[in-house]
Write a protein that binds this ligand. Sequence first.
Ligand SMILES: *[C@@H]1O[C@H](CO)[C@@H](O)[C@H](O)[C@H]1NC(C)=O
Ligand SMILES: *[C@@H]1O[C@H](CO)[C@@H](O)[C@H](O)[C@H]1NC(C)=O
Ligand SMILES: *[C@@H]1O[C@H](CO)[C@@H](O)[C@H](O)[C@H]1NC(C)=O
Ligand SMILES: *[C@@H]1O[C@H](CO)[C@@H](O)[C@H](O)[C@H]1NC(C)=O
Ligand SMILES: *[C@@H]1O[C@H](CO)[C@@H](O)[C@H](O)[C@H]1NC(C)=O
Ligand SMILES: *[C@@H]1O[C@H](CO)[C@@H](O)[C@H](O)[C@H]1NC(C)=O
Ligand SMILES: *[C@@H]1O[C@H](CO)[C@@H](O)[C@H](O)[C@H]1NC(C)=O
Ligand SMILES: *[C@@H]1O[C@H](CO)[C@@H](O)[C@H](O)[C@H]1NC(C)=O
Ligand SMILES: *[C@@H]1O[C@H](CO)[C@@H](O)[C@H](O)[C@H]1NC(C)=O
Length: 405
Amino acid sequence: MLSQNSDKWISWLLGVAVSVQFLNVALCEEPSKLQRKLTTSLNPGCGDYCENNTTITLVHIAATSDTDTIHYVWDFTGKPTILVALTSKEAELRIDWPRLMDAKAGSANFTEVPQYTFMAIINRIFQYDDANDRAMLDDNTNVFVYDPHNFTWNRSLLWSNEEDAMMAINAGDDFLFKLNAYSTKDHGMDFPHLLHTSNSTQIDIVFNNITNRFANPRFAIEMLFVVSEQTVVGSEFEVTKRKTLDDQHTPGIFEIVDVLSPGAFTFSAGGYIEYRPVSYTHPERDVATSTETRQSQPVTVQSPTAALQTTLAYALYGTKLDSFLVQGMNVSFGVSEDGFYRKTNYTTMTFQVGYGMPPVEELSAFVLIVAGIGIGVPLVVLLASIIYVCARKLRNQDRFQQQRL
Ligand SMILES: *[C@@H]1O[C@H](CO)[C@@H](O)[C@H](O)[C@H]1NC(C)=O
Ligand SMILES: *[C@@H]1O[C@H](CO)[C@@H](O)[C@H](O)[C@H]1NC(C)=O
Ligand SMILES: *[C@@H]1O[C@H](CO)[C@@H](O)[C@H](O)[C@H]1NC(C)=O
Ligand SMILES: *[C@@H]1O[C@H](CO)[C@@H](O)[C@H](O)[C@H]1NC(C)=O
Ligand SMILES: *[C@@H]1O[C@H](CO)[C@@H](O)[C@H](O)[C@H]1NC(C)=O
Ligand SMILES: *[C@@H]1O[C@H](CO)[C@@H](O)[C@H](O)[C@H]1NC(C)=O
Ligand SMILES: *[C@@H]1O[C@H](CO)[C@@H](O)[C@H](O)[C@H]1NC(C)=O
Ligand SMILES: *[C@@H]1O[C@H](CO)[C@@H](O)[C@H](O)[C@H]1NC(C)=O
Ligand SMILES: *[C@@H]1O[C@H](CO)[C@@H](O)[C@H](O)[C@H]1NC(C)=O
């Protein structure tokens, strides 16, 4: 019994020690320390051909630290592709524009081989008929497929300085994309207020007032992931779900979904996608106007070279893609009994694409104080009662021994 108690004790004490540590971090750490310096360029090297043409968009952001550069590329010249590449500080991105516009292999290059590259591609968008209100795309046959390569992308805003970069781009009035890159660790401005670092870039998609093609329509997207890690049998992307104690940044949502490349979950050095499983159904984002998202298990894409023809991945790597790990998964928006897409004709998805490990949400000072009181007061009571019990036991033992003598 005593040893059971002491086990509990140790974990309580550990808890306290950890909270104090957290408190230290939460209260003392300077929140907005510049971690990387951003240099943003639109259609680098394109010249007159791209000038004044809002339908050609490839944004390159070099996020440079003291030791290396993470390159982010937001490419809308083919299927929307987000590239994250880790290189030395000297590496530059080179693009042969006429060949890139024809989606030729080798039309884009880094001046040195990157240490790591990760790409997330919006491969297809689905509108499907959810006749049984299951909110699952899986074996549904009543599906309308949008190929984002066929969209006319129109860039409406691009804004950047050393600390932030932001772009808004849309396909008609239907699909509205907003992208961000950051120099510091902080929460995003809009719901779901995802925690970002300078190692990640954020993509926010709105499915806005899209013509319903079915009686009970829902949307889903198919994302493909390409990593410059060799395919090894059994190496796969892993979907993990983290619970948070505290929902102050994303009310009502206590879960974070991480999709990690094998390198990310084995060495903390790989690509990841991160999001909260929430979709907002109104431009005024709130817990009352939210629904859920669901993802399928990542599966390997057969013959990547063929599947990725119209993407930046092919432009960079050509047929080498067949030796890379390429997987895909579907994310569907909505949950049973939420009234389908037609209820508001609006739904959103927000996710981050990054390098390393997704940042861990730190407990807020308020939660720590509450937890401190919650742990501290019972701890004092427990301590006092244990001292009391021990003292009595010792006294009784003394008496017992005295009696025996
Ligand atoms: C682009 O637009 C600016 C301002 O409207 C103009 O000065 C410039 O000549 C245009 N460039 C080309 C290549 O058309
Ligand atoms: C802009 O670029 C697109 C794609 O290359 C081309 O089809 C279009 O004609 C260009 N528009 C202008 C105004 O140059
Ligand atoms: C990419 O690299 C290859 C070989 O190093 C070179 O032949 C090719 O011209 C480069 N392409 C670009 C766009 O720089
Ligand atoms: C996209 O456009 C191509 C031709 O430009 C067409 O063959 C293909 O069917 C279109 N895909 C979709 C999904 O509309
Ligand atoms: C792009 O959007 C602007 C407004 O944001 C609009 O004036 C322009 O006509 C649009 N261009 C195309 C090609 O849709
Ligand atoms: C939605 O689209 C329809 C046409 O499909 C249009 O009449 C309506 O005004 C749009 N609603 C909003 C809120 O944009
Ligand atoms: C959503 O759009 C469809 C047409 O695509 C329309 O019939 C329906 O009334 C719209 N719903 C709302 C809430 O506006
Ligand atoms: C996504 O769903 C579609 C339609 O059900 C299916 O054909 C496709 O294989 C799925 N993609 C992935 C990567 O699971
Ligand atoms: C961010 O990227 C750097 C490489 O520049 C890496 O060393 C670091 O571990 C990454 N940070 C996180 C939190 O993964």
